[in-house]
Design a protein around this ligand. Structure first.
Ligand code: NAP
Length: 283
C-alpha cells in the first residue's frame, strides 16, 4: 500500500515557515507582504480559487487585495488596473485569475504584469529564466510537486520521470524542474501512441491532463511514485487524473485528490509572494 504524499500537512509546514518570517519583518517595523488578485467575471471555480488564495494570504499575515471586474470588462480597464498595481510600491505580487472571458487577450495581460510581481511565473521573462535555470519565481504547481517530493526524501537524480500533459502552467515547467534535478524526463500528451507503455517506465509519474481517473493501476510500475495534479468532478465528487484505488495498491507513494498537489500550489504562491516582497524591500 502506497504512502500518502500529504499536501495538506506539507503546505501547512510551508505556511508556518512563511508566517514566522513575516512576524520577524513586522517586528523590525517593516510593512506586510501584499498580494493583489484580479478576478474578471463570474466563473464559479475561479471564485473559489480566489477565495482560497485570499484566506491563505490572511493566514500567513499577508495583505490580500481583491479586484473584481465584471464579465464584460474591457481590455483597457484591465490594462489600467494592472498598470496601477505595477506602479504601487505596496503591492508585491499580482495574480490575474485565469481563464479570462473570451473577449480579453490573456497573453497580453500576462505580458503586462511586471516580471518582478509575476508570482504565477507566467510572464515570458520568467518562463525564459526558468528555461535557463535562473528563475526569479517558480511556477506554483510544479514547484509544489518538487517540494512534496523533497519533503518525502524522494530522489530524482537518474530516475525515469514521466509527465502526462504538456500545458504551459503544469506539464512543460514540471519537465524543466525535474530535468534540473537530473531526472530522465519524458513528456506524454494526447498524441502519445501507447500511453501505458510510457507511464509503466516511470519511477516518478506526474499526471496533469484533466481527465478523471485516466491512469489506472495497470499503467504504472510496481513501487512508482505517483503525483496526481488533476482536479476533476466525477459523479459530484472531486477526483484526480489517476484511479486512486488501483494505483494506491501498487505505488510506493501517491498524492490524494483533494489534499495533495492543490494545497501545495497555494503554499508556493505564498512563497513566491514572499520572494517578491523580499525583492521589493531589498531583503
Ligand atoms: P490543459 O492545459 O488542459 O492541458 C492538458 C494536457 O493534457 C494537454 O497537454 C493534453 O495534450 C494532455 N491530455 C489531455 N488528454 C489526454 C489524454 N487522454 N492522454 C494524454 N494526454 C492528454 O490542463 P492543465 O491546465 O495542465 O491542467 C491539468 C489538470 O490539472 C486539470 O485537471 C486541472 O484542473 C489540474 N490543475 C490542478 C492544479 C492544482 O493546483 N492541483 C493546478 C493546475 C491544474 P495535448 O497538448 O496534446 O492537447
Amino acid at each position: 500500500m502506497a504512502k500518502i504524499l500529504d499536501g495538506k500537512l506539507i503546505s501547512q509546514k510551508v505556511k508556518d515557515e512563511i508566517t514566522n518570517e513575516v512576524i520577524l519583518y513586522r517586528e523590525k517595523g517593516l510593512r506586510q507582504p501584499c498580494l493583489a488578485v484580479v478576478l474578471v467575471g463570474d466563473n464559479e471555480a475561479s471564485k473559489i480559487y480566489v477565495r482560497n488564495k485570499k484566506r491563505s494570504c490572511e493566514q500567513v499575515g499577508f495583505v490580500s487585495l481583491e479586484y473584481l471586474l465584471t464579465e464584460d470588462a474591457k481590455q483597457e480597464e484591465l490594462d489600467f488596473l494592472i498598470d496601477t498595481l505595477n506602479s504601487d510600491d505596496t503591492v508585491d505580487g499580482i495574480l490575474v485569475q485565469l481563464p479570462l472571458p473570451k473577449h480579453l487577450d490573456e497573453q497580453s495581460v500576462i505580458n503586462r504584469i511586471s516580471p518582478k510581481k509575476d508570482v504565477d511565473a507566467f510572464h515570458p521573462e520568467n518562463v525564459g529564466r526558468i528555461m535557463l535555470g535562473n528563475p526569479l519565481f517558480l511556477p506554483c504547481t510544479p514547484s509544489g510537486v518538487m517540494r512534496l517530493l523533497k519533503e518525502y526524501d524522494i530522489q530524482i537524480s537518474g530516475k525515469e520521470c514521466v509527465i502526462v500533459g504538456r500545458s504551459n502552467i503544469v506539464g512543460k515547467p514540471m519537465s524543466l524542474l525535474l530535468l534540473g534535478e537530473n531526472g530522465t524526463v519524458t513528456i506524454c500528451h494526447s498524441r502519445t501512441r501507447d500511453l501505458g507503455e510510457v507511464t509503466r517506465r516511470a519511477d516518478i509519474l506526474v499526471v496533469a491532463i484533466g481527465v478523471a481517473k485516466k491512469i489506472t493501476g495497470d499503467m504504472i510500475k510496481e513501487s512508482a511514485v505517483v503525483v496526481d495534479v488533476g482536479m476533476n468532478r466525477s459523479e459530484g465528487a472531486l477526483c484526480g487524473d489517476t484511479d486512486f484505488i488501483s494505483c494506491e495498491s501498487k505505488a510506493s507513494y501517491i498524492t490524494p485528490v483533494p489534499g495533495g498537489v492543490g494545497p501545495m500550489t497555494i503554499a508556493m504562491l505564498l512563497q513566491n509572494t514572499l520572494t517578491a516582497y523580499k525583492i521589493h524591500m531589498n531583503i
